[in-house]
Design a protein around this ligand. Structure first.
Ligand code: ATP
Ligand code: MN
Length: 533
């Protein structure tokens, strides 16, 4: 680990309205780790990894995420309950309150950047109240060299003040926490929540606006890796569907686990410099790469440890969303820099808790566009308040909460790029088999991995396919290292009639959800809809 402070440079925060702060600039991981312990904001696990509690919030809060409605955003953003408008003057007032709050305090400053491709580099200055939030930014964003730091010119600013509580009546927020993007001032203002994911997803949302609008680049909520012969694969999917898990593959070099851009020059680049993995039920046997990345420099969030610092990954008493962040080089097999060529294979990951969708199937271009716009996964009971049975969840582009533009803008870009690149598109159900959640079981990780490997190595090219009668997807009838009976979901159900009922219900949910996009979809895309009823 880097032990020395990266630079001797000092900076003043006066120009940001933060006065008389004790500025800790560009501390090393070890220093931030120790500051966190000294301030009693974290503990050390038995292997020396820092473990923190993020506090009241252990996940993002989509209802408290706003975009300032101004000349840049007014006519371009898809306003609604995902992209909630925030008034210009309200932002200015709240910003002043937050910077005033940070004045006179210890404040941690990190200069970093997003986008691994030089031509797309976005310099970011991160100002945080807590040392571990700063360490998270160090882990997740890319790291400038010492020479680059000397003349660092920050373009975007993140101000992160978990201890600042907004007053909704006065500040125009919904409640005491908020994450607000201001595209004119290039500021992400975060307060009232210590959940670190707000920091990375704030910049992701900003890039999801900037890249398509200004740089003709398709931003994607996906992981990516590259095989021996240089061919890239990308994995789209909503939270918990397997982007991070499945992209960590010892036989392939990791490009990134969550956010990428696909450029007009036919390259894929990572936005980030680190990974943010779920650690619920983590085991060395099932996920060795992630397990071994948890070492000093990483930060565990909201896990439970015994008195010896041994983490119990099965303990979800704080949250199901236990996490670890680490710089990408904690993974052995990585692509450097984090750039790949046009993908040859695209996987749409879905965790279908109804146990209806085939574990792997091949999509036509129309189906690919239809499923991308739909962005289906399912929520299982117990993960969210009020969810007692599997519930379909549709999130356009497999990441609606982070997409400021209308979903069809991204879908059009992706469709065109997929056609130009001539990719294979696969739908992979990493969710349930043998029945819905409660009756069936989760697809074995080793089977999912074997199916993905087979698709990547061209082993599903010549096998027999059968069209799914309800979803119209082409389902391979054999796959190396996967028992045949697993491939056809209906056969895994005891009650075949129940399968048909459930599959039809899901097909209806797809159609109901798609109704709002119908006016934008051409015949090819509509032909990708489920074929039942
Ligand atoms: P996020 O966007 O929140 O980072 P993600 O798509 O990266 O989510 P992962 O962190 O990979 O999701 O989470 C997938 C979880 O599901 C992991 O905890 C993994 O162990 C578990 N899992 C169980 N079975 C499978 C399977 N067959 N395929 C993929 N993941 C599985
Ligand atoms: Mn992930």
């Amino acid at each position: 680990m880097v032990t020395k402070n990266q630079t001797t440079k000092t900076i003043s925060l006066n120009k940001y309205g933060i006065k008389n702060a004790s500025v800790k600039y560009q501390l090393s991981s070890e220093e931030l780790h120790n500051e966190t312990l000294r301030k009693d904001q974290g503990e050390e696990a038995d292997n020396g990894t820092l473990a923190v509690n993020t506090g009241e919030f252990t996940g993002r809060s989509p209802k408290d995420r706003f975009i300032v409605k101004d000349d840049i955003t007014r006519d371009k953003v898809w306003w609604g309950n995902i992209n909630i408008p925030f008034p210009v003057d309200m932002f200015d007032r709240l910003y002043d309150k937050v910077t005033n709050y940070l004045s006179e305090k210890d404040v941690y400053v990190r200069d970093s950047y997003a986008c691994a491709d030089e031509a797309y580099k976005l310099n970011i200055r991160v100002i945080t109240e807590y040392p571990w939030s700063n360490m998270f930014a160090y882990n997740m964003f890319l790291r400038p060299t010492e020479a680059e730091l000397e003349n660092f010119d920050p373009e975007w600013l993140i101000v992160n003040a978990p201890g600042f509580m907004a007053d909704p009546e006065v500040d125009g927020t919904r409640q005491h926490n908020f994450a607000i993007l201001n595209f004119t001032k290039k500021i992400a203002l975060i307060g009232g929540t210590g959940y670190t994911g707000e920091i990375k997803k704030g910049i992701f949302s900003a890039l999801n606006f900037i890249l398509p609008v200004d740089k003709n680049t398709m931003p994607m909520h996906c992981s990516a890796n590259v095989g021996k012969n240089g061919e890239t694969a990308i994995f789209f999917g909503l939270s918990g569907t397997g982007k991070t898990t499945l992209s960590a593959d010892p036989k392939r070099k990791l490009i990134g686990d969550d956010e990428h851009g696909w450029t007009a020059e036919n390259t894929i680049f990572n936005f980030e410099g680190g990974c943010y993995a779920k650690v619920i039920n983590l085991s060395e046997e099932n996920e060795p790469d992630i397990f071994n990345a948890i070492k000093p420099g990483a930060i565990l969030e909201n896990v439970v440890m015994d008195e010896n610092g041994v983490v119990d990954y099965a303990d979800t008493s704080i949250t199901q969303n236990t996490r670890v962040s680490y710089p990408i080089y904690h993974i052995d097999n990585i692509q450097e820099p984090s750039i790949g060529k046009n993908p040859k294979n695209i996987f749409f990951l879905t965790a279908d808790a109804f146990g209806v969708l085939p574990p792997i199937s091949k999509l036509t271009p129309g189906q690919a566009a239809y499923h991308f716009i739909s962005g289906y996964t399912a929520k299982v009971a117990g993960t969210e308040e009020g969810i007692n049975e599997p519930t379909p969840s549709f999130s356009a582009c497999f990441g609606a909460p982070f997409m400021p533009l209308h979903p069809t803008k991204y879908a059009e870009m992706l469709s065109k790029k997929m056609k130009d690149a001539g990719v294979n598109v696969w739908l992979v159900n990493t969710g349930w088999t043998g029945g819905p959640y409660g009756i069936g079981s989760r697809m074995k990780l080793k089977f999912t991995r074997a199916m993905i490997t087979a698709a990547l190595e061209g082993e599903l090219g010549d096998v027999e396919y059968v069209k799914h009668p309800i979803f119209g997807l082409e389902v391979p009838q054999s796959c190396p290292d996967v028992p045949m009976e697993v491939l056809n979901p209906k056969g895994t159900w005891k009650n075949q009639k129940a399968y048909d009922i459930q599959a039809n219900e899901l097909a209806v949910s797809f159609k109901e959800n798609f109704a709002k996009f119908k006016e934008y979809a051409n015949d090819e895309i509509m032909a990708g809809a489920p074929i039942s009823k």
